[in-house]
Design a protein around this ligand. Structure first.
Ligand code: NAD
Length: 370
């Protein structure tokens, strides 16, 4: 069995946890423990300048506690910039629960977790993420009001995937406009990698525009269903990245843009739903510029889901039209980021990051003069 000290990475051992918080610029890290339910959770509140922190809870069997801490710090910081660039008044936060959800997840663990969230008095709102479900959020809602992603019948926004897909679709159109001079997608060759919740809703938009769609996934049953429903062509996973296409839409896992995929990709635009697509943000964003591939920053175009949560916590009852209206701004924002990146000779990822940072700084200044 590993000791607590063995669990820490060398960075944490040398620099200490507070130095790590300092590097990531976090406000607060909350450790929650409950022996009776086996709950071990860490809530990270990165920045609340724009409003209460919102980000989902990831339930995952981490190799060790250090990995869980690093993950929650990285993910919560990402939420700050995603929320900021989306123009919503939410700060960035995220939580992890350590352990195997198949073994630990039950009503009592979630309700205990809800009590911990409630003790933060609205500084952090949670929602679903990897390893959690809408039912889990229902349990959380029995103990706290600071939860989003609830089902329609509880006044929530339900499944956020359709709204996320709409934002990704707009990001694809903006990318096409910038790269090819028109956002008309008819006959455009588009590869959608991952035909899950977001991917299939995206296929719906793309097929309505008569795009020439290629799909790949590890799940053959999903592929077959999607191909039949949307008239898409199935491509073997091992060949997908070698296709001659216009647009690559990663809608499966993160880090799909890396040395290997960039060397193989033959496309003009990358725009998809997956989180953290760039394996190394600086290196791989620059490699795309060098290869003349336009990259639509993931945290901008996949923000429909969090916008949906905002529509749920900001105005009650939840209003779907409001969520779609806010998501619609993704097209114009993507266009202005493409222009800005070109003007400043920086990557689109960096331009998006700067825009998000600027909004946080400007709101902080507004507050200072109050
Ligand atoms: P999902 O689990 O429903 O779908 C993911 C799909 O990817 C599945 O069909 C799975 O079989 C497939 N897949 C897994 N590994 C693969 C591989 N190696 N190659 C090809 N396909 C593979 O998830 P989702 O909700 O559709 O989300 C898709 C991505 O978008 C995720 O990265 C998620 O974090 C991100 N995202 C989702 C939302 C949302 O609202 N659901 C919001 C923002 C970001």
């Amino acid at each position: 069995m590993q000791t607590a000290s063995e669990n820490l990475t060398s960075v944490q051992k040398t620099n200490g946890l507070f130095n790590q918080l300092n590097d990531y610029e976090h406000e607060q890290l909350v450790f929650c423990h409950d022996k009776a339910t086996g709950l071990k959770s860490i809530i990270a509140i990165h920045n609340t300048t724009l409003g209460p922190a919102l980000g989902g809870t990831r339930f995952y069997d981490y190799k060790n506690e250090a990995d869980a801490i690093t993950d929650v710090l990285r993910l919560s910081r990402g939420m700050t910039y995603k929320n900021a660039i989306s123009g919503i008044n939410l700060g960035g936060g995220k939580a992890v629960i350590i352990g195997d959800p198949a073994k630990l997840s039950n009503e009592f663990l979630w309700r205990r977790y809800g009590q911990f969230i409630d003790s933060l008095n609205g500084k952090y709102y949670t929602a679903e993420d990897v390893g959690t479900s809408i039912q889990d959020m229902e349990y959380v809602s029995q103990e706290t009001e600071f939860v989003a992603g609830l089902p329609d019948f509880l006044g929530g926004g339900g499944d956020p995937s359709p709204v996320t897909a709409y934002g990704v679709y707009l990001g694809i159109k903006a990318g096409a406009k910038k790269k090819f001079g028109s956002d008309d997608l008819s006959k455009r060759k588009i590869l959608v990698e991952g035909v899950g919740n977001v991917g299939t809703h995206l296929l719906n938009y793309l097929s309505k525009e008569n795009a020439q769609i290629y799909i790949c996934d590890v799940n053959t049953a999903k592929l077959k269903a999607a191909a039949e429903k949307y008239g898409a062509e199935v491509v073997a996973l091992e060949n997908a990245l070698d296709l001659d296409i216009d647009i690559y839409a990663p809608c499966a896992l993160g880090a799909s843009i890396n040395d290997e995929s960039i060397s193989r990709l033959k496309c003009g635009v990358i725009a998809g739903a997956a989180n953290n697509q760039l394996k190394n943000e600086q290196v791989h964003a620059q490699m795309l510029v060098d290869k003349d591939i336009l990259y639509a920053p993931d945290f901008l175009i996949n923000a429909g889901g969090v916008i949906n949560c905002y529509a749920e916590v900001n105005i009650k009852p939840y209003n779907r039209d409001y969520a779609y209206r806010l998501t619609e701004s993704i097209y114009d924002k993507a266009m202005s980021i493409f222009e800005q990146a070109e003007k400043l000779k920086i990557t689109t990822h960096e331009a998006a990051f700067l825009l998000a940072k600027k909004r946080i700084q400007s709101v902080a200044q507004l507050r200072a003069v109050r």
